[in-house]
Write a protein that binds this ligand. Structure first.
Ligand SMILES: [Zn+2]
Length: 173
């Protein structure tokens, strides 16, 4: 199936296994700063996008997802990068919000990794090469489990950050 190609990259075949199970997620480096106007990646702690500000247009940089997971298909385990649109399906909130929760709650990143493990999804992916290594990038993610709950909902339950309830977790030792 051919998809409308809106990027400047060479079109690549999309591979969609019947299902994928997330076997690992890396929350140590899950996002980067990006310009919301031009989508360029910006250096950490950048306050403006240099390219856009040269043209007199600025917008505050925002964190976007670049989440690395390992998924098991029926016959192999592959590393897959989830960029913003795909990652938001699983996480359920903007990357800024997840980063804030991680900053406020030590151990939350580890909890998030554990919560994603075992999640089953249908993942359409494309290969890309980085150096000599072939990697996969998710084009779309569809959770398959009945009663799927985005990650942020699970974390809010764990850490009591939903409606500022008194249920703040005191078990963090
Ligand atoms: Zn820009």
């Amino acid at each position: 199936m051919s998809l409308a190609c809106t990027s400047s990259e060479a079109p690549a075949a999309t591979w969609t296994p019947p299902y994928c199970t997330i076997v690992a997620a890396d929350m140590s480096d899950f996002c980067y700063l990006s310009c919301p106007r031009c989508d360029r990646a910006l250096p950490d702690h950048a306050f403006v996008c240099a390219a856009c500000s040269l043209r007199g247009a600025t917008a505050a940089p925002a964190r976007v997802y670049r989440l690395l997971v390992s998924v098991a298909t029926h016959d192999r385990v592959v590393p897959v990068v989830l960029f913003d649109r795909a990652a938001r399906v699983l996480v359920g909130c903007p990357a800024d919000e997840l980063a804030g929760l991680f900053a406020a709650h030590p151990g939350a990143a580890r909890s998030a990794e554990q919560a994603l493990q075992g999640e089953m999804c249908r993942v359409a992916m494309r290969t890309f090469t980085k150096g000599a290594v072939e990697r996969f990038r998710a084009v779309s993610v569809v959770p398959l489990r009945d009663g799927f709950r985005p990650l942020i909902g699970t974390l809010r339950t764990l850490y009591g950050t939903g409606g500022r309830t008194l249920a703040t977790c005191h078990a963090l030792a």
